[in-house]
Ligand binder design. Structure first.
Ligand code: PDD
Length: 287
C-alpha cells in the first residue's frame, strides 16, 4: 500500500515518501475537508456528486477550492490509473495549510494542503452480508454542522469505537429523540413496506449512497418517505440498513442486542442491494 502513488501539493510520489508540516492546520485543528470516492474497475463512481459535496463543505468552512472539478478529476484519474488494484477507495483532503505559528484564526496568504491517496476497496464478505451486522445506539454529541464532511472526526471516531468495543459494526446516533445517522454511514428504516429516511439537514451528512438508494426506491416504485424518524420507530422497524460509499447497502439485523424484525436481512434490503449492484454495473458500463 505504501508504495502506491499519492498526490501532495502538486507532486505525485509514493505514499511512504509523502511529508507534511506538523504545523498543518489539518493536524493542529482538524481544519479541513475530505471526500471518500469508491472506484470500480478503475472508474470513479458519482465523482461529480462527490466533488459538488466537497465544494459545499469548502464553502461551509470558508476555504477556497484550490482546484476546478476538471483538475480534481485529472488528479484522481492519475492516482487511480497508477494503482495496482482495480476496485479502490480514493481519499482526498484539503486543509487550510501550514502557517509558521499556531493561531485559531485563518492565516492570511497560506496555501492549502491538498492530499489524495487510494487504497483497495474493502468489500463486505458474502457471509457477513447474508447474516447482516449488529449495531448499537448512542447519543449524538457532535456539532450542528454534520452536513459538512470535515476532517475533525473525533466524535465519529469515538462513536465508531463504541460499536467496535461491543463487537458491533456501527453506532446509530440519536439526537433529541430522533434517529440521525451512523458514525460513518447513513441509516434507513423499513416499516410495513415503507422505506423511511431522515431529511438532509445540518444534523447529518448528505450521503451520496443515500441519494442513490432514494433514486432506486423511486425508480422501482418502493413507497418511501423522507421525514424525521423517532427513536421508537427505529426500535420497532422491520428492517434497518446502513449505507455508505464503502459499505453500500448493508442490513443491520441486531440493534442494542435485540433482533431487528426477524433478525435476518429483510426482503427490501436484499432487493435494494441487487438494484444497487445492477445500477453500479450499468453506470460503469456507460462510463
Ligand atoms: N463516510 N454519514 C457519515 C457520518 C459518514 O462518515 C459517511 C461516509 C456517510 C455516508 O456517505 P456516502 O454515502 O457519501 O459515503 C454518512 C465515509 C465513507 C468515511 O468517512 O470513510
Amino acid at each position: 500500500m505504501t508504495d502506491t502513488l499519492c498526490y501532495l501539493d502538486g507532486d505525485y510520489l509514493p505514499l511512504a515518501a509523502a511529508r507534511i508540516s506538523p504545523l498543518d492546520r489539518g493536524f493542529l485543528f482538524g481544519d479541513g475537508a475530505y471526500e471518500v470516492i469508491p472506484v470500480y474497475s478503475r472508474r470513479p463512481f458519482r465523482i461529480g456528486e462527490h466533488l459538488a459535496r466537497l465544494q459545499y463543505t469548502l464553502d461551509g468552512i470558508r476555504l477556497p477550492n484550490p482546484h476546478t472539478a476538471a483538475e480534481w478529476r485529472e488528479r484522481v484519474e492519475r492516482i487511480v490509473a497508477a494503482a495496482p488494484f482495480a476496485d479502490q477507495s480514493v481519499y482526498l483532503q484539503v486543509t487550510r495549510g501550514a502557517d509558521d505559528k499556531r493561531d485559531h484564526a485563518f492565516p492570511p496568504g497560506v496555501p492549502p494542503t491538498v492530499f489524495i491517496f487510494t487504497a483497495p476497496l474493502t468489500t463486505t464478505p458474502d457471509s457477513v452480508r447474508a447474516a447482516g451486522v449488529a449495531a448499537v445506539t448512542a447519543l449524538d454529541n457532535r456539532w450542528l454542522r454534520c452536513d459538512l464532511k470535515v476532517v475533525a472526526l473525533l466524535a465519529n471516531v469515538l462513536a465508531r469505537q463504541h460499536a467496535v468495543d461491543q463487537g458491533c459494526a456501527e453506532t446509530i446516533l440519536l439526537r433529541d429523540g430522533f434517529m440521525i445517522e451512523g458514525a460513518a454511514s447513513n441509516i434507513f428504516v423499513v416499516k410495513d413496506g415503507v422505506l423511511l429516511a431522515p431529511p438532509k439537514d445540518h444534523r447529518m451528512l448528505p450521503g451520496i449512497t443515500y441519494d442513490v438508494v432514494l433514486e432506486l426506491a423511486a425508480g422501482h416504485g418502493v413507497p418511501h418517505q423522507v421525514r424525521e424518524i423517532p427513536e421508537a420507530e427505529l426500535r420497532a422497524a422491520d428492517e434497518v440498513w446502513m449505507t455508505s460509499s464503502t459499505k453500500e447497502v448493508l442490513a443491520i439485523t441486531t440493534l442494542d442486542g435485540r433482533p431487528v424484525g426477524g433478525g435476518v436481512p429483510g426482503p427490501l434490503a436484499q432487493r435494494m442491494h441487487g438494484w444497487y449492484q445492477r445500477f453500479k454495473d450499468e453506470v460503469m458500463r456507460r462510463g
